[in-house]
Ligand binder design. Structure first.
Ligand SMILES: Nc1nc2c([nH]c(=O)n2[C@H]2C[C@H](O)[C@@H](COP(=O)(O)OP(=O)(O)OP(=O)(O)O)O2)c(=O)[nH]1
Length: 137
């Protein structure tokens, strides 16, 4: 089975988390699902550099992702492939970005996160956020 290594950013502003809706995909179990922005790690990239690059490509955000922003690693098997997803929690002071690849987005308080239809791999992270683990200093 194909395996992907992915990075994802939990972007937080004013106690709300940025939730991005994926565009159409041939696999219905990820098509139009909500996720955290990011993408596949390329050869010879660190996870942090990979996430900085994806945030620039997908949203035109300039963020220098740091190791100490690491949040959690999730392993998940979808029917056609498996992923290892490294997530980072990043506080940002402005909400402006460009919606280049996603279908839509919404900022939600952690208590509201389960109102969305998330990609299955994200559910453990969403539950950690709801429980308030490793955040809200
Ligand atoms: N970025 C991201 N990907 C996720 C999340 N949850 C989840 O299951 N995934 C899966 C969906 C995709 O199969 C894979 C990420 O690939 P992608 O298609 O977004 O990455 P990419 O931008 O590098 O892809 P590409 O269009 O260049 O092929 O990980 C998440 O929260 N964020």
């Amino acid at each position: 089975m194909k395996h992907l290594t992915v990075t994802a950013a939990i972007l937080v502003n004013n106690n709300e988390i940025l939730c991005m809706q994926r565009s159409f995909n041939k696999y219905d179990y990820i098509s139009y699902k909500f996720e955290f922005p990011g993408g596949k790690v390329e050869k010879n990239e660190t996870f942090e550099n990979s996430l900085s690059r994806e945030l620039k490509e997908e949203m035109n955000l300039d963020i220098d992702v740091k190791k100490d922003q690491f949040y959690e690693t999730i392993n998940h098997k979808y029917p056609d492939f498996s992923i290892t997803m490294h997530s980072y929690m990043i506080y940002i002071d402005k909400r402006e970005f460009e919606l280049k690849e996603h279908k839509s987005f919404v900022w939600l308080k952690k208590e509201e996160l389960l109102t969305l239809d998330w990609a299955e791999a994200d559910i453990p992270i969403v539950n950690m956020l709801i429980r308030g683990e490793k955040q809200w200093q």
